[in-house]
Design a binder for this molecule. Structure first.
Ligand code: APR
Length: 257
């Protein structure tokens, strides 16, 4: 790709954004990659290489082997807890200064958007730093602060102080329903948007993957930022090729010129 062409597309995207009244952002794992958080499909190395994440991130996997799934999440937490926002997160937070209350819909379970300063983050897939009762015995979600629970780490996850059953990460697993309030907020924001920036997602996992289509059907202009081809690329009006930590700051700079 010749960079002049890319520069022209960045200008064009900036022009669209400048005239936007209601932009919305959708992000995926690619945005956190430059912070050292591997994408979901990358997050299997060393000890975990033998496991398929899609086989671990399910309620059935947890029921069959709670310790295995819990330990895998402890490993993933060790990767996210030390990460800091990168230039892509920061540029998206800067965009909110121009567009107050900018809805930022994310599939990421880290809190790097919030750490960068975004305030209106819609988390479709939960929060890896939190835990809840597997049965949500006190209501959905029944969050449990595991730092207050004593348990034998060699023998699996902690147990719920209310009902004595397993505690699990507060994330959405394959086959599970998304948090209704977050999904509703994301759908409304997508329908109302005049521009959707789609950053760092493969667009393979629904219902998040259907949001760009919803936005486009309602008239939004779709700008995609991704170094690779994705399932969103075919409906993108402008595709900016490259890592979000490089492209987002360039887009922000172009917005101010
Ligand atoms: N900048 C932007 N995009 C990037 C970068 C980067 N530096 N590096 C990789 N990407 C792109 C990849 O090309 C890919 O299209 O990020 C995307 C990551 O895709 P996935 O790993 O499938 O992540 P995501 O789309 O967020 O997955 C959705 O599926 O894995 C489950 O629940 C998990 O929330 C996740 C959901």
């Amino acid at each position: 790709m010749h960079d002049d062409t890319q520069a022209a597309r960045i200008q064009q995207a900036a022009e669209r954004l400048r005239n936007s009244h209601k932009p919305v952002v959708l992000t995926g794992a690619g945005v956190s990659k430059e912070s050292g958080v591997p994408t979901f499909r990358d997050a299997v190395d060393g000890l975990w290489a033998q496991y398929d994440p899609s086989q671990l991130a399910t309620p059935t996997a947890f029921m069959n082997n709670p310790k295995l799934v819990w330990d895998w999440y402890e490993y993933r937490r060790s990767l996210t807890s030390t990460a800091s926002p990168n230039l892509g997160h920061r540029a998206l937070a800067d965009l909110e200064r121009r567009f107050p209350h900018l809805p930022l819909i994310t599939q990421n379970v880290d809190d790097l958007h919030e750490q960068a300063g975004s305030t209106n983050v819609i988390h479709l897939h939960g929060n890896i730093a939190q835990n809840k009762c597997f049965f949500n015995c006190q209501g959905d979600p029944t969050l449990i602060d595991v730092s207050t629970v004593v348990w034998d780490k060699e023998n699996g996850p902690p147990t719920c102080p209310h009902c004595g059953r397993w505690v699990r990460p507060n994330v959405v697993w394959f086959g599970e329903i998304l948090p209704a309030d977050q999904l509703q907020a994301a759908t409304i924001a997508s329908r109302q948007a005049d521009i959707m920036l789609v950053v760092g997602t493969s667009g393979l996992v629904t219902p998040a993957a259907s949001l760009p289509g919803i936005a486009r059907s309602a008239g939004a202009f779709i700008i995609e930022i991704n170094p690779d081809y994705s399932a969103i690329t075919r409906i993108a009006d402008i595709k900016l090729d490259g890592p979000s930590g490089e492209i987002m700051p360039r887009l922000l700079a172009a917005l101010d010129t």
